[in-house]
Ligand binder design. Sequence first.
Ligand code: HEC
Length: 188
Amino acid sequence: MHLTKTLISTTCALLLGAPALLAACDSGGDGATSDTLGGDTAATPMVDATAVATTAMAYKAGGFTRITEVPAMSQHQGSDVVVWAQNDVAAIYRAADPANTSASVAFPEGATIVKEQLDDQGEMYAITVMHKGPAGYAPDSDDWFFERVEKDGTISQQGQVGFCITCHSPRKPVDWVFGITAANQTAQ
Ligand code: HEC
């Protein structure tokens, strides 16, 4: 993780002289640079990072279904994680089998999935979020918007975050999600 981050920042630092490329580095919420030169160019679809964070941080307020039964040690973070999916896409998320990359899973625009990261006391210290943006928002990542929100609401990562995308890309056939084993899913 840290190595990846360092590489990304190093690459971005090298691009400081090239503003157009740099814009792609700051993992800004819009994901794509909009074309300000051609006045009649159709606007690139955007994702409102603050709105996504607000929706996601309310994951315990009723709009989301807890999918993970027993908090499970993340495969890549040194903490337990619990995944929540918005109620109307929970069934789609449940169908994603971590052991199967050929499963056909497709989320609709607006779908939001939250991964809660828990500390040693079982308290959330941050969430990572995947939100399906509008068609055309980010063609290279099938329009997924990535975000990390700290417990205090600070958005620490957002947009087309390189290290999120790199790690999730092998799951592209399953619409970029890893999924939770059926054995560790909550009852429906
Ligand atoms: C090193 C690999 C890796 C990186 C980097 C990574 N993820 Fe994940 N992500 C996973 C794995 C593996 C899972 C399955 C649950 C687990 O073991 O943590 C997962 C699960 C998720 C989930 C639950 C949906 C699913 O895929 O089942 C979300 C949401 C998520 N990640 C968002 C993000 C965001 C946002 C970032 C960047 C800030 C990110 N991830 C970076 C590997 C990664």
